[in-house]
Design a protein around this ligand. Structure first.
Ligand SMILES: NC(=O)c1ccc[n+]([C@@H]2O[C@H](COP(=O)([O-])OP(=O)(O)OC[C@H]3O[C@@H](n4cnc5c(N)ncnc54)[C@H](OP(=O)(O)O)[C@@H]3O)[C@@H](O)[C@H]2O)c1
Length: 278
């Protein structure tokens, strides 16, 4: 049966991949975005009922992160509107190892609606579609926690799992932890990308205060720096986040995409060889 599905963050890293898959399967997809009509904006709750009206299921990505102050209130308010509008199922994208995100998960779990929680590790696509792209383009990556190991997960795998969760009731009530199949340090990631692009790419290990100072000098907003600081301290510096999960294989019946495959495919798009202003 074809479903009406709202994808919040439908133009973002995971959302747009989910929208593409659902459209291909013939479902009626509403893209949740500030630039759609009706528009969805986390800062404009009065507009939410119109966006949620007539939807069977919702994929939720919160902006910028479930750990930020105000996220809990927003998720709680969204679950109420979803219930009022007759939505049956919520799939929440959450972050692995974030206590605050787990509090938001609980709100979804206790909403009275069907749910699946998709708790992801750091995305591989952070290096090509997010905050780590720019330093790569400038040929010099300087990051703290140089030797911390991270099981990067591919946004394509997250999208595949989320689509399964949206469409099949057997995933109701499940919490899936999504990681890649290998642990990599920033140093190793930088070397893999340099190798695949054939470009000069230097890596320098710096301290967290040096990193946040550098971001301040580049005019990065204070609340974003707070979030970066939080992610490096709470998420990266937590050994539990280095545990590899096999939930991707459990849901999809195939192995998680390997980081090297992501690097080779992404290098071929040319995204890491774009010209940049000095
Ligand atoms: N990156 C990671 O490594 C990682 C790991 C685990 C969990 N997560 C979680 O993943 C979530 C983000 O998902 P994603 O990476 O798929 O999305 P994304 O690429 O970060 O962005 C999704 C969309 O959010 C929209 N947006 C920004 N501000 C908004 C606002 N005020 N109201 C409504 N929409 C807004 C933008 O769309 P429009 O401009 O179209 O409105 C953007 O395209 C976060 O909650 C994060 O904590 C991320």
């Amino acid at each position: 049966m074809k479903k009406n599905i709202l994808v919040l963050g439908g133009k973002g890293k995971t959302g747009r991949r989910i929208v593409a898959r659902l459209n291909e399967l013939g479902h009626k997809v509403r893209v949740g975005s500030r630039s759609e009509n009706p528009a969805f904006d986390w800062d404009k709750p009065a507009d939410w009922p119109a966006v949620l009206e007539g939807m069977d299921s919702i994929y939720i990505t919160y902006q910028p992160d479930l750990a930020v102050p105000g996220a809990k209130e927003a998720i709680e308010a969204l679950t109420r509107v979803a219930k009022d509008q007759g939505v049956q199922k919520l799939v929440l994208l959450s972050g692995k190892g974030e206590v605050e995100a787990e509090a938001c998960e609980q709100l979804v779990i206790n909403s009275g609606l069907d749910y699946t929680i998709v708790r992801a590790s750091w995305f591989s696509q952070n290096f090509s579609e997010s905050f780590f792209l720019e330093p790569i383009l400038h040929g010099h990556v300087a990051l703290p926690q140089a030797d911390t190991k991270v099981p990067y997960v591919d946004a394509e795998d997250i999208a595949d799992v989320a689509v399964e969760a949206l469409l099949d009731t057997k995933h109701n009530g499940q919490i899936y932890e999504l990681t890649g199949s290998r642990l990599l340090t920033f140093r190793e990631v930088t070397a893999e990308i340099a190798n695949a692009t054939g470009s000069e790419l230097a890596f320098t290990a710096i301290t967290l205060p040096e990193y946040t100072e550098m971001l301040t000098m580049h005019g990065v907003p204070e609340d974003y720096i707070w979030l970066i600081n939080y992610l490096f301290v709470e998420v990266l510096d937590n050994e539990n986040n280095q545990i590899i999960s096999h939930d991707i294989e459990k849901v999809l019946g195939r192995k998680a995409k390997d980081f090297s495959d992501y690097v080779v495919e992404t290098a071929a798009t040319g995204v890491w060889n774009q010209p940049v202003e000095a």
